[in-house]
Design a protein around this ligand. Structure first.
Ligand code: GTP
Ligand code: MG
Length: 193
C-alpha cells in the first residue's frame, strides 16, 4: 500500500453520505484533543492533511481520507468536547454510535487514549461499549513522548490489568513511535486478513 497516495475525500455527518466507492474503514475515535488528527497526519507522513488544534473540538465532521484507494482512514469528532459543549450532545453521541454500529465497512476502531490520563471514565465507558457491541478495536496510547519510559510502563500496566485481552500500542505523533505498528494494521485491514 502506497501511503504517499492518500488524500482527504469528504466530511459527512451521517452514514448515507459516505463516499463512494466503498473501501474497508479504519475509524479513529477518542476524547477531544487526544491526538486523533495528529495520528492520521503522522501515519500518512503529512503535516496538515487532517486539521489539528490545541483547542479541543477542532474536528466537527466524520472526515474520510483514502489511502491508496484501498482503505479509508476515518477521523471522528472527539467525544468529550461534544458532550459537554453542545446542547444537542445526545444527538451527536447517537450519531457517532450509530455510525459505528451500522457501518458495515468498518473493520477496525483505533481507540485513542491519552497516555497521561488513562483511567478516565469516558474511556472506560467507550471500551465497555465497544466490547458489548462486538466492535473490533485496539487501544492506542497517545502522546507517549510526554512520559518517561517508567511512567509509560505504569500507565500501560494499569490498563492491561483492567482489560487484559485488549491489544495496546504506544504511540507518539512527535517521535513516530508506534507508526509502523499502525501501518501494519492498515495493511492487514486493506488486504482483508
Ligand atoms: P479533536 O479534533 O478536537 O477531537 O482533537 P484531536 O484528537 O484530533 O487532537 P489533535 O490531533 O488536534 O491534537 C491535539 C493537540 O495535541 C495538538 O496541540 C497536538 O499538537 C497535540 N498532540 C497530538 N499528538 C501529540 C503527540 O504525540 N505528542 C505531543 N507532545 N503532542 C501531541
Ligand atoms: Mg481532530
Amino acid at each position: 500500500m502506497n501511503l504517499n497516495n492518500a488524500s482527504y475525500v469528504k466530511g459527512v455527518v451521517r452514514l448515507r453520505e459516505k463516499p463512494k466507492p466503498s473501501y474497508p474503514e479504519v475509524v479513529v475515535i477518542g476524547r477531544s484533543n487526544v491526538g486523533k488528527s495528529s495520528l492520521i497526519n503522522a501515519v500518512l507522513n503529512r503535516k496538515n492533511l487532517a486539521k489539528t488544534s490545541s483547542t479541543p473540538g477542532k474536528t466537527r465532521l466524520i472526515n474520510y481520507f483514502h489511502v491508496d484507494h484501498q482503505l479509508y482512514l476515518v477521523d471522528l469528532p472527539g467525544y468529550g468536547y461534544l458532550s459537554k459543549k453542545d446542547s444537542d450532545s445526545k444527538t451527536w453521541d447517537q450519531l457517532l454510535g450509530n455510525f459505528i454500529l451500522k457501518n458495515h465497512q468498518l473493520k477496525l476502531v483505533l481507540l485513542l487514549i491519552d497516555s497521561r490520563h488513562p483511567d478516565l471514565q469516558s474511556d472506560a465507558y467507550t471500551i465497555t461499549w465497544l466490547r458489548d457491541n462486538h466492535i473490533p478495536f485496539i487501544i492506542i496510547l497517545t502522546k507517549c513522548d510526554k512520559l518517561s519510559g517508567n511512567q509509560f510502563k505504569n500507565r500501560q500496566q494499569k490498563i492491561n490489568s483492567t482489560f487484559p485481552d485488549i491489544r495496546i500500542i504506544p504511540f507518539s505523533s512527535r517521535t513516530k513511535t508506534g507508526r509502523s505498528d499502525i501501518i501494519g494494521l492498515l495493511e492487514q485491514t486493506a488486504s482483508g486478513s
